[in-house]
Design a protein around this ligand. Structure first.
Ligand SMILES: [Zn+2]
Length: 254
């Protein structure tokens, strides 16, 4: 079955506000939904397909469908953690092509409250049995990596299974902590880290091979260039665990 030409995007809506403390999450979801459907020249009575991910309140999509009074022949609550709404577009086109619904919409409203996220560069990391040695090492200001015993390939991010050969025979070893900037961007404004910009998001290529997504800290972003040598530094988080970030060795690029 091809979905090419089977469906089209008829309406879109972006809420005019970014922080809405006086409205419930369901209310914001509903306003966005109503805006998109109205933009398509339709009403909720025309809708028979609904797509919504884990940011919906209550039981997710089913709660929002009830909240909006939708009468559906198709519903999808796929959650892919940040890209759900891209997946929903494809799923909606597929559902329409397959005749499971005719008019579908999906919406997103981020439930995070302003100020809930910690400021850069120290979000509190989640620790599980697989990553515990890594986070314990950061408290000693040591960067641990994993190596696959059979291929001698260095694994990033830390995990038990080797992504190259699926072996679970992998071993921790201390990394040099040295690398170079592979690529970077300067974020001057953003929703999650309001008030801390500008900050730098970068891929750092470690001497051992892996490229880490990290922050470049303790520097003037205007002095930083691709290829600059960097060294890992550790910033203490609210819960005493430490997050690795990178500091520029020589802002002139050596
Ligand atoms: Zn391997």
């Amino acid at each position: 079955m091809s979905i090419k030409g089977a469906a089209l995007i008829a309406g879109a809506y972006e809420h005019p506000l970014r922080e809405i403390p006086d409205k419930s999450l369901a209310q914001v979801h509903a306003e966005v939904a109503l805006g998109a459907v109205a933009d398509a020249g339709l009403t909720m009575a025309d809708v028979d397909g609904y797509f919504c991910a884990g940011d919906a309140p209550g039981f997710g999509a089913i709660s929002m469908a009830d909240h909006l009074g939708l009468r559906l022949s198709y519903m999808d609550s796929t959650e892919t953690g940040g890209s759900s709404y891209l997946a929903h577009v494809g799923h909606a086109a597929t559902a329409i092509a397959a005749g499971k619904c005719h008019v579908a919409f999906g919406q997103h409203a981020d439930p995070r409250e302003a100020g809930r996220m910690s400021s850069l560069p120290a979000p509190v990391p989640a620790v599980n049995p697989e990553t515990k040695p890594f986070w314990e090492a950061t408290t000693r200001h040591e960067l641990l990596l994993k190596r696959c015993d059979s291929r001698e390939a260095v694994i990033w991010y830390p995990r038990q299974v080797c992504p190259a050969c699926s072996s679970t025979a992998t071993t921790w070893f201390p990394a040099s902590g040295r690398g170079m900037i592979y690529s970077f961007t300067v974020v001057r404004r953003g929703q999650g880290y309001r008030g801390v910009g500008p900050y730098m998001l970068a891929y750092v290529e470690l001497e051992e091979g892996p490229r880490l997504l990290t922050n470049i800290v303790d520097c003037n972003p205007d002095d930083v260039a691709i290829g600059d040598p960097v060294e890992v530094v550790f910033h203490e988080t609210e819960q005493k665990r430490h997050c690795p970030a990178s500091s520029v060795d020589d802002p002139q690029g050596g």
